[in-house]
Design a protein around this ligand. Structure first.
Ligand code: 13P
Ligand code: SF4
Length: 318
């Protein structure tokens, strides 16, 4: 049983686990801190978080928290976005090396070239990106609001960075716009094959298949639902179906099972694990709060530029 609980802390014993939890609660009070966690972090971290959600929800929450300190349990673009939206708060990352590979898969040079080539273009930046890319973009999006925001933009041409798969999904939903694609991708979602999906569907013929739009289009065609992690959780919770094959990172199972104890969930493949998200552990949360370590810093000029794209997303995404 405890192996399941200690996903990220497999060497921690039950007594130590209770101690760490109690110590984190104490530190939260002492430092006036709040813990935000993405659905992909280990179960025991989600369990102690004040707010758990997808990227869009967490960025909205980050603008409204009253605490002095935000502990961001996720990868670096998430902590960076929280700091950009809250320059006067301390944002700390339990593990400063937890990063999203896709966040680096676009370049400012190419953005400049596309802007030269197309007159009426909006650079749409998936929030899974480094701050420098957000500075040179017109608006940010997340997987939860990308379609809505692109639809609302006045521009004919859309240069969508960094994710090619989300871009293709949005372009299918907004056919009246012309898309310029970039070659970025999420190494975990992009790796999922059509053959793996068909095998999972064969094993669970009565299940609905719910998938994240970071997967490739030949996988998305088999979906009963395509959406963000929150979208997947909401869909499964509202559905009359009792079984689901899940096409995203396995961390979402914690919330899916909590909300739906009488339904069965199967991850589509055993490689749907984001190792960077799994770097966030209880002992690192404790240590970072104790020493106020790994504070996120963003240079003011970069912050102002990136803040514009993030705020435009929050406005258009309302
Ligand atoms: P969400 O937008 O669903 O939070 O997804 C973020 C992410 O990193 C997916 O891999
Ligand atoms: Fe980035 Fe993929 Fe991990 Fe999401 S699952 S944080 S896109 S590497």
């Amino acid at each position: 049983m405890y192996e399941k609980i200690f996903q990220g802390n497999i060497n921690v014993h039950e007594g130590d686990y209770m101690d760490i939890k109690a110590r984190i609660l104490e530190l939260k009070k002492e430092k006036n801190a709040v813990i935000l966690a993405h659905y992909y972090v280990p179960d025991e971290v989600q369990e102690i978080a004040d707010y758990i959600g997808d990227s869009f929800y967490l960025s909205k929450i980050a603008t409204g928290v009253e605490a002095d300190v935000i502990v961001f349990c996720g990868v670096s673009f998430m902590g960076e976005s929280a700091k950009i939206l809250n320059p006067n708060k301390l944002v700390i990352m339990p593990d400063a090396t937890a990063d999203c590979a896709m966040a680096h898969m676009a370049t400012v040079d190419r953005i400049k070239k596309v802007r030269e080539e197309y007159e009426d273009v909006a650079v749409v930046c998936y929030i899974n990106s480094i701050a420098e890319l957000k500075v040179h973009s017109d608006v940010c999006v997340t997987s939860a609001n990308a379609v809505k925001i692109v639809q609302a933009l006045p521009n004919k041409n859309i240069y969508f960075i960094p994710d090619v798969n989300l871009a293709k999904h949005v372009s299918d939903k907004v056919p009246d716009k012309h898309f310029i694609f970039n070659e970025g991708f999420c190494p975990i979602h992009h790796k999922l094959t059509k053959e793996e999906v068909l095998r999972a569907k064969e094993l669970h013929p009565d299940a609905e298949f719910l998938v994240h739009p970071e997967c490739q289009s030949d996988v998305l065609v088999y979906a009963d639902y395509v959406g963000s992690t929150s979208g997947i959780i909401d869909y499964a919770t509202a559905s009359d179906c009792k079984e689901f094959v899940i096409g995203t990172e396995e961390g979402v199972l914690y919330e899916l099972r909590k909300k739906n104890p009488n339904k069965n969930f199967y991850v589509v493949s055993d490689h749907m694990i984001c190792q960077d998200m799994k770097k966030i552990t209880l002992d690192k949360i404790q240590k970072s709060l104790e020493n106020m370590e790994n504070q996120v810093e963003v240079n003011e000029k970069v912050r102002e530029g990136a803040n514009h794209s993030l705020n435009r997303m929050l406005e258009l995404g309302k």
